[in-house]
Write a protein that binds this ligand. Structure first.
Ligand SMILES: [Mg+2]
Length: 194
């Protein structure tokens, strides 16, 4: 799939140069912005795979915009900096930046940096998804444990019997174990509140 990139740069010539280099390399440049405010607006509207962001720009600088874009929209940002802006790099480390490129931008440094940034972003996303899945599994397991405890207490049965009962209910009602467990817990709470 062709990767979609948003380019944010206040100098028209640099903006044009970068756009041509990216297009030549087979990327889809989906939008242009010349300040941080517009960058946030377009990142939200276009949901690009990557944002290339200049630091020094009018209205809102690139670091502030990157903060919003990477943290709020979870879109990776690759910063474009001038050598004199090295003091910004420490600040950039806080803003969830996938990398930075020092100007002047050339095809030889731009394309590999973009490819690595995209790869890194994809890996991060994979980890986040796996973590979310693990969290969910853990949460489900806790719910099942709790429902099992309720059955054990109510019916005065062993853990194994309670678990089998849960599993049978899940099969009979064609609901997941977690759903059955949640129903049992909510029923139990209603009875306690009564
Ligand atoms: Mg600039």
């Amino acid at each position: 799939m062709v990767k979609r990139i948003l380019v944010v740069e206040d100098e028209s010539i640099v903006l044009l140069d970068i756009t041509i280099m990216l297009k030549d390399a087979g990327f889809d440049v989906v939008g242009h912005a010349r300040n941080g405010e517009k960058a946030i607006e377009l990142a939200h509207a276009l949901q690009p795979d990557l944002v290339l962001m200049d630091i020094k720009m009018p209205k809102m600088n690139g670091l502030k915009a990157s903060d919003v874009i990477s943290n709020t929209f979870q879109i990776p940002v690759l910063l474009l900096t001038a050598f004199s802006q090295r003091e910004y790099i420490d600040e950039a480390k806080r803003a969830n930046i996938v990398g930075y490129l020092v100007k002047p931008i050339t095809e030889a440094n731009l394309i590999p940096a973009v490819e690595i940034a995209l790869l890194q972003a994809a890996n991060t996303k994979k980890y986040q998804e796996r973590n979310a899945q693990l969290d969910e599994t853990l949460a489900n397991r806790k719910v099942i444990e709790k429902a099992k405890g309720i059955i054990m207490k109510r019916k005065n049965v062993t853990e194994e019997i309670a678990y089998n009962k849960l599993r049978r209910l899940s099969m009979d009602k064609q609901l997941s174990m977690e759903t059955v467990a949640r129903l049992i817990i909510s029923n139990d709470q209603k009875q306690v509140n009564r």
